[in-house]
Ligand binder design. Structure first.
Ligand code: FRU
Length: 741
């Protein structure tokens, strides 16, 4: 049982593990870790980083890791190395300077990590793809714009970006080449900045302080908007007429270049494209092994007073949509989180249900097993009991045959003359027989003793050896008027013993089993039956039931005489219809008293219910046979007597009607009809027929105008004189008297 429960538990645990694997597998799609190494941290980089994040939303298998070097080479190198160490799948890098960062990029690339160089360039060839705007072109276009804006004449200052960074170099080259085409435009100074506003302010301030007499400056080109604004601050501090300021980046938003141009703080700017989403797509394409462009050039545009308003509106719209997108993404992730926890909950619930089912199955199996064991135990107990019943039967029968005859012998006169010694010996035998009977009873009462399995077969054989079966016999030397008793027992000795007890008082019939007994009972209709229970062919219980079911024998009292002494056996006996139950070994007096008693109560019933005495009021009877009343105790007997009455009434006027005719009409033999009718009413069929005829005659005498002779013939008397005699016998008066009254 425990093993079964353990198996169930193991099954449930296996299911749980499988479920766990299933849930974890469903979430475990391969994630791409992308490292982003920014050289700096400012609003341009912020914009790009958030675009990268938005780009990543479209690929739910991307995880971004950001690092910002704050314009420091060493920090960027260190950050790239540690990103590589955390196990990134791809590196996006905007290198601070052209040559300084290259070794770190090389190391990443050499480890097999794809590298995208973005926006700033390096001098290494070890990169997978490059994406960025053309800074030379941007510088060139700005130079053209400046010359044009100054109408080919003017004095300008150029403030550079970080020394050694590729955009600074390229923008400078482009700008200077364009300016060179315009001889009226003169670059008064080229100052070194580092892309930040404070540095630009300081540099310009210093230059202005030093060159107070340098004359009028018409325009300052800062290589990014922050640089231009730093220069503007310095000029403003010095005072005087402000020159025009141009920058690069053209960012949207509050402090972005587009608004600065619109607010006329800057004269112009150039949109330096961030395109983080496009960059992300490139990264994913590389990671997924899709085709991609090795070099991608991002296009851009000049921001001037003419288009600033439109560009600002557009860029703000884009920013608004980006914010919406962010919110949507946030909502979607919330839903996904909820979905995830719901899924986990569902799996947990499912697992709990499975566990519960396994538990229930276990409990069910346990109870099933217990019921099976209980059934087997009950069966064994029943078999054991049957065995003991059988054994005790086998012991009680010979005991009966020792004890009974011995008692009988001790009572006879012959024995009174025996010697004291003989008498003493006999009483020892008698005492021990009683003792043995007591032991057998005790053994059966205890119901358990040596288990059947432990008995050797020899022991069993010794106990259950069968009795010889004798053939049925009818004692011919019997008093025909005495009540008939049918003895049914398979043991010939018991039959002999019973015969010795009963033969003086009863006419006896014998049968060796239930089947023969039933045939005899139907044929001879005895007054009483004494039957054993355990018999071959048909046992006593079945026999008793059949007797009580048959309309011919149903009225016969049955005494079951048996070794089955337990209460439950007695109940079985009474349930099969027995009138008395006597256990072996039995006392002959008890049996005789019981037989007598049963026959007496039959007689009493008949006296009570038999033929009603014919009275003066008989004419009131509706039918000639109404006076026939029986001790009918069962519907079977009721039905029998009704049928008898009906036939009598139908054939009343037939003077040739014999008992044989009546019996034949009822489908019985003469003996059967005679004995059954006698048993039920106490009268013979002929008596009842005559009484019915006389009752009918009396009615006709009172009600009709027919003569006495006519009536006599009509009710089936062969002669009027015999009718008169019978009438007088029955009613005490002659038929003529009835006429007079
Ligand atoms: C941002 C920035 C921009 C500039 C670019 C040059 O970090 O300084 O302002 O245009 O980098 O790489």
């Amino acid at each position: 049982m425990l093993t079964k429960m353990r198996k169930n538990l193991q099954f449930a645990i296996t299911i749980l593990i499988l479920l766990g694997l299933l849930t974890s597998c469903s979430q475990d799609t391969k994630k791409y870790r992308i490292g982003v190494s920014q050289c700096s941290d400012d609003i341009w980089r912020d914009k790009q980083n958030s675009e990268l994040k938005i780009g990543a939303y479209f690929h739910d298998n991307v995880e971004l890791r950001f690092a910002a070097a704050y314009d420091s080479d060493e920090r960027q190198i260190q950050q790239i190395d540690s990103l590589v160490e955390t196990g990134i799948d791809l590196l996006i890098v905007a290198p601070n300077q052209v040559s300084t960062i290259s070794p770190a990029i090389d190391r990443a690339y050499d480890k097999g990590i794809p590298v995208i160089v973005f926006e700033r360039k390096t001098n290494t060839k070890k990169y997978t793809a490059y994406m960025g705007a053309d800074n030379y072109e941007m510088g060139h276009l700005m130079g053209e714009y400046v010359a044009n804006r100054l109408n080919e004449r003017g004095r300008i200052i150029e403030v550079m970006g970080l020394e050694g960074s590729s955009p600074a170099i390229e923008r400078h080259n482009g700008f200077r080449e364009a300016i060179a085409q315009h001889p009226g435009v003169q670059v008064v100074a080229t100052l070194q900045g580092d892309w930040t506003e404070p540095t630009a302010y300081n540099t310009v301030k210093q230059w202005l302080d030093k060159n107070k007499d340098a004359g009028n400056i018409d325009l300052v080109f800062g290589m990014n908007d922050r640089t231009a604004m730093g220069a503007r601050k310095a000029f403003k501090e010095v005072g005087g007429a402000l020159p025009l300021f141009c920058g690069i980046d053209g960012l949207p938003g509050e402090n972005g270049g587009i608004r600065l141009v619109q607010d006329s703080l800057l004269d112009a700017s150039y949109i330096y494209p961030t395109h983080g989403d496009q960059l992300m797509q490139l990264a994913v394409d590389i990671l997924e092994g899709k085709p991609y462009e090795k070099e991608t050039k991002l296009m851009s545009a000049l921001v001037t007073q003419d288009n600033a308003r439109v560009l600002l509106m557009e860029s703000e719209e884009i920013m608004r949509q980006s914010r919406n997108l962010e919110q949507l993404h946030e909502k979607a992730s919330q839903y996904l989180d909820q979905l995830d926890s719901q899924r986990t909950l569902t799996f947990v619930a499912l697992a709990a249900i499975l566990l519960l089912l396994a538990l229930l199955a276990g409990i069910y199996m346990y109870y099933l097993q217990r019921a099976r064991i209980q059934d087997e135990r009950t069966k064994m107990e029943r078999e054991q009991l049957d065995f003991y019943t059988q054994v005790s039967h086998e012991l009680r029968t010979p005991l009966t045959l020792i004890q009974g005859p011995l008692d009988q012998l001790l009572r006879t006169n012959d024995f009174r003359g025996a010697s004291d010694e003989a008498r003493e010996l006999f009483s020892i035998v008698r005492r021990n027989t009683h003792h043995l009977t007591g032991l057998v009873n005790k053994m059966l009462d205890a119901q358990v003793g040596t288990p059947i399995q432990e008995m050797t077969s020899a022991q069993v054989d010794a106990i259950t050896v069968s009795q010889p079966i004798a053939t049925p016999a009818v004692d011919t030397e019997q008093d025909e008027d005495a009540p008939t008793v049918l003895i049914v027992d398979d043991n010939a000795d018991i039959r002999t013993y019973l015969r010795s007890i009963l033969q003086g008082q009863y006419r006896l019939l014998e049968a060796e089993d239930g089947q023969c007994g039933l045939e005899l009972a139907r044929e001879q209709v005895p007054d009483l039956i004494v039957s054993d229970v355990m018999m071959p062919v048909m046992n006593g219980l079945e026999f008793c039931q059949q007797v009580k079911k048959d309309s011919i024998s149903s009225h016969i009292p049955v005494i079951l005489l048996t070794a089955r002494a337990l209460e439950k056996h007695q109940i079985e006996g009474y349930e099969s219809g027995a009138d008395a139950y006597i256990t072996k070994p039995f006392s002959p007096e008890l049996l005789l008293a019981r037989i007598d008693n049963l026959l007496q109560s039959r007689h009493q019933l008949k006296d009570l219910w038999g033929m009603k005495p014919a009275t003066e009021n008989v004419a009131e009877a509706a039918t000639p046979t109404e006076a026939i009343v029986v001790a009918a105790t069962t519907p079977i007997e009721d039905a029998f007597i009704s049928q008898f009455k009906k036939i009598v009434e139908e054939r009343l006027s037939d003077s040739n009607l014999s008992v044989e005719d009546l019996a034949a009409d009822m489908g019985l033999s003469r003996v059967q009809l005679y004995r059954k009718v006698k048993a039920l009413t106490g009268s013979t069929p002929i008596d009842l027929l005559r009484k019915a005829r006389l009752a009918q005659a009396r009615r006709l005498l009172l009600e009709s105008t027919q003569t006495v002779s006519e009536i006599a013939y009509q009710v089936g008397f062969a002669s009027p004189s015999y009718f008169t005699k019978c009438y007088k016998d029955e009613f005490g008066t002659v038929p003529g008297e009835a006429r007079k009254s």
